[in-house]
Design a protein around this ligand. Structure first.
Ligand code: ADP
Length: 495
């Protein structure tokens, strides 16, 4: 495979859609498509081809979108919940109806294999369906009063305009996981997708429009100037809630910027997850699951296994099994059916991954598979296994966000719990053991919002997704996700 890095004229022929009207390149404000004065390029990471030139908006248009969303809020908020539910349900139906096109856009701009992209569309759409139902259930409370002539009632109300910022690794699901509960709660939204993956995001806007979601309720700002747009979203007093998924560094910045107007805030940030294989684990399942988890989306997943801890007695056997499975992985362009792993997103990602691997090797780690860029192209990093990794290496503390599995050896349960928790992050941890007692003991001792026991498929729209410590604030999914977009009002009524 060769890379065509030169900037050719935009040829949408690269993206074969059943419904070509889903290829949108303008931003979406107040139900209309906004060209803006400038454009930025979106390229295919597998081939380097220029896919589209997208509207490059800035601070002024963001302020305008916030005002539009604020104006649209009362009508949306006051709509009866079942009417909002019907519109969300229609949006869900359209996402599934256009699953193949959404997945095609995603694979072209993001690189993940088509099967994984389709899986994401279904996962993402399920959030819309679930919150369509949940919008009817933002229940309040009553409590007995101390005064016979007073009544205490608690009601839930939408917080107002939501500013949402999403990453490129899950270009569909990270949007629906925020917008669906926000809309269900009665909020209106201004959303900024990643500059790497605006096409999937804009197609979702087109489908929201077709679903009949009123003008101004969802607005999307595409931009190459995240800082300017983020600055408006976090400082404008009309925005009452910030919901962000991305790096811990940017999350901290947005939190600081939001402090002056005391916004409600939800953050889904980085992770440094441990994947723990105990002596009594089913090694075959653990090795297979690790291979699937570690290399899906080329390892660019915040809940990924950043550290693989294998107990002494099974270290050699597990490593052999895992290596066999990794060696059988098929890497390539995500549009080819056999592909199991695609490229990473950009050169910056390659540089970071490669420097982490090189540093580890310099400090004594052994490459037992991969360890370099493949000859498929500049953004294809070989699925990599590092053995003899130690707690002192840089790869131990930094999020890899790429297809590299570092293996650590441990002796006791206590030792591995302490090691796994020795990180400022706390998003997801995995443990493999056939002992139910150990599953509970270790699961309760690990400091993370998600614990996955003998499986890596923890994804469930009804469950709360989110992190402890510097991995974030708040939860997405389930009843917890709706709560993030609601205020709690207590009314004391004198009879
Ligand atoms: P990654 O390194 O994985 O791209 P980022 O945190 O940089 O993670 O990106 C996640 C999202 O945050 C993207 O939509 C990106 O454009 C946005 N972003 C990056 N920097 C800023 C910033 N200073 N203010 C607001 N949004 C930002």
């Amino acid at each position: 495979m060769t890379l065509a890095n030169k900037k050719t004229a935009v040829s949408t022929a690269h993206i074969k859609l059943n419904d070509p009207f889903l290829l949108k390149t303008d931003a979406y404000i107040d139900g209309g498509w906004i060209k803006g004065a400038k454009r930025f390029n979106v390229t295919n990471p597998a081939t380097g081809e220029l896919l589209a030139e997208v509207a490059d908006l800035g601070a002024d248009e963001t302020t305008q979108a916030v005002e539009v969303a604020h104006k649209a809020w009362p009508q949306w908020r006051d709509m009866i919940a079942s009417d909002r539910a019907n519109l969300l349900r229609r949006w869900y139906d359209l996402q599934l109806e256009h699953k193949d096109d959404l997945a095609m856009l995603m694979t072209c701009e993001q690189g993940k294999p088509l099967a994984q992209a389709k899986g994401e569309v279904v996962y993402g759409a399920n959030y819309t369906e679930w919150y369509a139902e949940e919008s009817k259930r933002s229940y309040g409370d009553t409590m007995p009063s101390n005064d016979p002539d007073k009544r205490i009632v608690v009601i839930k109300q939408s917080v107002g305009v939501v500013g949402a910022i999403t990453p490129w690794n899950f270009p569909h699901a990270m949007i629906t996981r925020k917008i669906s509960p926000a809309l269900a709660a009665g909020c209106t939204v201004v959303i900024k997708p990643s500059e790497e993956t605006p096409l999937t995001a804009l197609a979702l806007m087109e489908l929201a429009n077709r679903a009949g979601i009123p003008a101004g309720v969802i607005n999307m700002i595409t931009t190459s100037d995240a800082k300017a747009v983020g600055g408006v979203l976090t400082s404008n007093p009309l925005v009452r809630k910030i919901s962000f998924t991305g790096s811990t560094a940017v999350g901290k910045l947005l939190m600081k910027q939001s402090a002056d107007t005391v916004k409600k805030i939800s953050l889904e940030l980085g992770g440094n997850g441990a994947f723990i294989v105990f002596d009594d684990a089913n090694l075959e399942n653990a090795a297979q699951d690790l291979c699937t988890l570690k290399f899906s989306n080329a390892g660019q997943v915040c809940t990924n296994a950043n550290r693989v801890y294998v107990q002494d007695g099974v270290y050699e056997a597990f490593t052999k099994l895992f290596k066999e499975k990794v060696a059988a992985l098929k890497m390539g362009n995500g549009l080819q059916e056999a592909t199991q792993m695609g490229p990473v997103i950009n050169q910056k990602a390659i540089d970071k991954i490669d420097s982490l691997v090189k540093d580890a090797v310099q400090d004594g780690a052994k490459v037992i598979h991969g360890g370099q860029v493949s000859d498929l192209g500049a953004l294809f990093y070989l699925p990599t296994i590092l053995a003899d990794v130690t707690e002192k290496m840089r790869i131990r503390t930094e999020e890899i966000f790429g297809p590299v599995a570092p293996l650590y050896r441990f002796k006791t349960e206590e030792e591995v719990i302490a090691a796994a928790n020795d990180t400022p992050y706390g998003l997801a941890n995995y443990l493999y053991s056939e002992s139910v007692t150990r599953q509970w003991k270790v699961g309760e001792a690990l400091e993370s919002g998600i614990i996955s026991v003998n499986t890596t498929k923890y994804g469930a729209v009804q469950a709360p997704f989110g992190g402890y410590k510097e991995s974030g604030l708040g939860r997405e999914g389930g009843k917890y996700g709706l709560e993030e977009f609601l205020e709690t009002k207590f009314m004391m009524v004198q009879l």
